[in-house]
Design a protein around this ligand. Structure first.
Ligand SMILES: CC(C)(COP(=O)(O)OP(=O)(O)OC[C@H]1O[C@@H](n2cnc3c(N)ncnc32)[C@H](O)[C@@H]1OP(=O)(O)O)[C@@H](O)C(=O)NCCC(=O)NCCS
Length: 223
């Protein structure tokens, strides 16, 4: 699972570049601010500073974070992460959607997509939801919208996700979405002082679009 950088100088992209490596800027305004995307029972939107306390509450319990890179350990850490996320979005390198369930005002989870430096059109993505929202359908519906956004608005053609092989829900969620388990990256992830294998799950833009345009995807049955 993708990290959530939260130190002021944490930066995994080029030191000063503000454009993708190729200089190509997708024909989209997402760099100026993420769109608000509504789903059944939830909204996806840009992260804002007010999300920090609920992100802290929902993403830091051990059952949520045990298989992922450690999230920030304080509200201040989440505030720094949100500032970083907005800066990276403006630079066209990263998009992080807050997940806000109906009836709530602030985020209980995130979907993040980060372009991989030096690999045009390829990004790593990841997702975390507070445990109270597991099994509610928010993951699948939100993921479909974020994947559409990544392929359409961000101009990507390949999305990679890494999940610890022991992460039943993470791997189950990716399989359900239709991602392909391409490989196992042996001892590739350090957590709690031990090295873990990760599954590499990928989605391809063309496969994704083909699936969406298939009759079954539209709920149409052909007899
Ligand atoms: C990953 C996450 C966002 C998925 O959301 P979710 O609401 O739990 O996902 P869903 O319930 O829709 O889907 C998970 C699937 O895995 C299945 N699953 C659960 N435990 C499993 C296990 N041990 N082995 C295999 N599959 C399992 C579930 O049955 C479900 O499939 P189903 O709906 O067909 O029954 C959420 O679990 C989470 O935030 N986890 C903590 C952070 C994390 O691990 N992020 C992913 C890093 S790759």
């Amino acid at each position: 699972m993708e990290v959530m950088p939260h130190h002021a100088n944490t930066h995994r992209g080029p030191a000063v570049a503000t454009r993708p490596a190729s200089g190509l800027v997708p024909p989209s305004t997402w760099r100026d601010g993420l769109p608000v995307v509504r789903g059944l029972g939830f909204t996806l939107r840009e992260l804002v500073a007010a999300d920090a306390p609920t992100l802290m509450q929902h993403l830091t319990p051990a059952e949520v974070s045990r298989f992922i890179s450690p999230p920030p350990a304080s509200v201040t850490g989440f505030e720094r992460f949100i500032v970083w996320a907005q800066r990276e979005r403006a630079a066209g390198r990263y998009a992080c959607f807050a997940v806000v369930p109906d009836g709530e005002q602030t985020a209980v989870g995130i979907f993040q997509v980060r372009r991989l430096e030096g690999r045009e059109g390829v990004a790593e993505w990841g997702f975390i939801l507070g445990a109270a929202y597991w099994g509610t359908g928010i993951f699948l519906a939100g993921a479909e919208r974020v994947v559409d956004f990544a392929f359409t608005e961000m101009g990507l053609h390949r999305l990679e996700a890494r999940a610890s092989v022991a992460n039943g829900r993470g791997n189950g969620a990716l399989a359900k979405l239709g991602a392909v388990r391409e490989a196992v990256l042996r001892r590739s992830f350090e957590r709690h002082g031990a090295w873990h294998d990760q599954a590499l799950w990928t989605l391809w833009r063309d496969d994704w679009r083909e699936r969406l345009s298939a009759p079954a995807a539209a709920g149409t049955r052909v007899h």
